[in-house]
Design a protein around this ligand. Structure first.
Ligand code: URA
Length: 240
């Protein structure tokens, strides 16, 4: 594998950052400085160090979980079942959920060991969109919907960012809300701000990633390559 690719995949930095480290002579292969980014290394044999610290190669993995209600979006919890308890047979101890869903919220949760992608997806400045299906306590008026669309007051210094609202089934009070923030209880607080209670909540998408509805609650699968590429492209584009 190329040295710069190896370092990027090991999470040392972006491709351009690791190229810079290599050019500056901060990277050694088997104890010797290596200044060529395209130098080929055998990742099973070579000892690579960056700024004096050995680089341990960590394969990046990505799973989509259909989170069931009743478990918490934490890596560990002494009392409650966590989302990581559901993916034990991956055999990986380095996964974490990208963001949090409330204990009673279902739906799309990305689990990975890729800290850089997680950071980019969650970064408040990136405004990655998330669509939720909410079952509401009752119908909403056009005025209430307009408040959600324009920026609801959820008791913070600033109103929530404008959201996109649509009915999935108005008779059943099922609404689709797309938001570009991830504040604590955000969707519930937005509906509460217009006097409405969320009875059930499910996340359907995050950025370009869409919940695979063939996954029953509690089931998970690795991301398909196009799904991963979509997220990488989205976060990279929004980076620039
Ligand atoms: N908004 C909420 O209120 N709860 C969630 O779990 C996610 C978004």
């Amino acid at each position: 594998m190329r040295l710069d690719k190896y370092l990027t995949q090991a999470g040392i930095g972006t491709r351009s950052q690791v190229k810079e480290y290599i050019r500056k002579g901060l990277v050694t292969v088997d104890g010797r400085p290596e200044k060529h980014c395209d130098c080929k290394i055998d990742e099973t044999l070579c000892l690579v160090s960056c700024q004096g610290r050995p680089v341990s190669f960590q394969k990046m993995v990505y799973y989509m979980l259909n989170k069931p209600a009743g478990c918490v979006s934490a890596t560990r919890d002494r009392r409650e079942q966590t989302v990581l308890d559901l993916v034990k047979d991956t055999g990986r101890g380095d996964l974490f959920p990208v963001g949090r869903l409330d204990k009673d919220t279902e739906g799309l949760l990305l689990l990975t060991n890729d800290g850089l992608l997680a950071h980019r997806l969650l970064s408040p400045g990136k405004h990655v969109s998330k669509q939720y299906l909410a079952v509401l306590s009752h119908d909403l008026t056009q005025e209430q919907i307009a408040i959600l669309e324009q920026g609801a007051d959820i008791g913070e210094a600033h109103p929530a960012r404008p959201a996109v609202f649509a009915w999935k089934d108005r008779e059943q009070a099922q609404a689709l809300l797309t938001i570009t923030e991830g504040k604590f209880h955000q969707v519930k607080r937005m509906f509460a701000s217009v006097g409405c209670q969320v009875l059930a909540l499910k996340r359907l998408s995050m950025g370009t990633l869409i919940l695979d509805e063939t996954l029953a609650p509690g089931q998970y699968r690795p991301l398909h390559s196009e799904e991963l590429e979509g997220l990488l492209k989205l976060t990279k584009l929004e980076d620039g």
